[in-house]
Design a protein around this ligand. Sequence first.
Ligand code: PMP
Length: 345
Amino acid sequence: MSARYSDIEPYTPGEQPQNRKYIKLNTNESPFPPAPSVIEAIKGESGSLNLYPDPECKELCKTIADYAGVSPENVFVGNGSDEVLAFSFLAFCDKDKGACYPDISYGFYSVYADLCCIDGKAVPLTNDYRVEPSDYFNAGRTIYIANPNAPTGMSLTLDEIRNILDNNRENVVVIDEAYVDFGGTTAVPLVSEYDNLLVVRTFSKSRNLAGARLGFGIAGKEIIQDLNTMKFSFNPYNADRLSLVAGKAAIEDEAYFRQCVDTVIKNREYTAESLKKAGFFVLPSDANFIFAKKEGVSGESLYKTLREAGILVRHFNKPRIDDFIRITIGTKEQMDALIEVLERI
Ligand code: PMP
């Protein structure tokens, strides 16, 4: 290992047990399979796997562009939104232009900062776990904000994001919308107004395709060109043939998408209400997970009790949030199983 990485602390993904013994509510995946049309598209494409995929991801970019109301030159496709984020760190952060992000947010931001050997500044959330927009004014850094934030589930309004953009004309502002379809407001309409905005989205949550590793960025032409420069300097065939057709079919099946998202939202409200009745404190969530705690019980013990009952959730051993567990919203049956265990605590 080269000396510059001797201290690097890699990202720790949530557990991925391969034996399917658990009710898996720990990595914010969709509990629903991809749409039947997506599976058909994958089957149809598999005979072409002897050929490299389109390095420009033209068809998928066009589908996303039409869906989002932008032009294909405003779209970048990545191997998961993680890769879009990684390329943005490479492209827009430097020795004299570090990054900043909330101290309680997606854990990968600080890992990418370390990987790119740039300074990453963690900006504390408020006492009530909010992102305070003015804390990011004139940051002198590339800004990363997950909206809705994870693991809190709480959102900024479009006006608040606009405020951050207005006060950072010299800095790229990355809005990570991994969870936006579950109740947040997208910043995509601001892309035509702000050439410093990059919106990052994923197929992993609301599009039921975490296993396909597909994400995308929407931004002004210059930002997209810069991301492409990074990609073509690293891995030109970053999205494989099966994922490209899967992504296209997933966007085209709007009815299935809506049905899955609406079910998750309904189950989230049901779960939050049930846990509140059982004496839990639950943060308001616009995402496909909730962040909850119970007075007098540690987050670790909640996590362990659930694990023993065959239910996996996520616990973060981190100051200010170590009392909480993050619960991915699953099917009604999965949530009933979880509620039943938590009501006994
Ligand atoms: N951003 C946030 C806020 C996330 O929680 C995740 C999921 N772990 C990602 C990005 C990355 O998702 P993916 O690479 O699967 O698109």
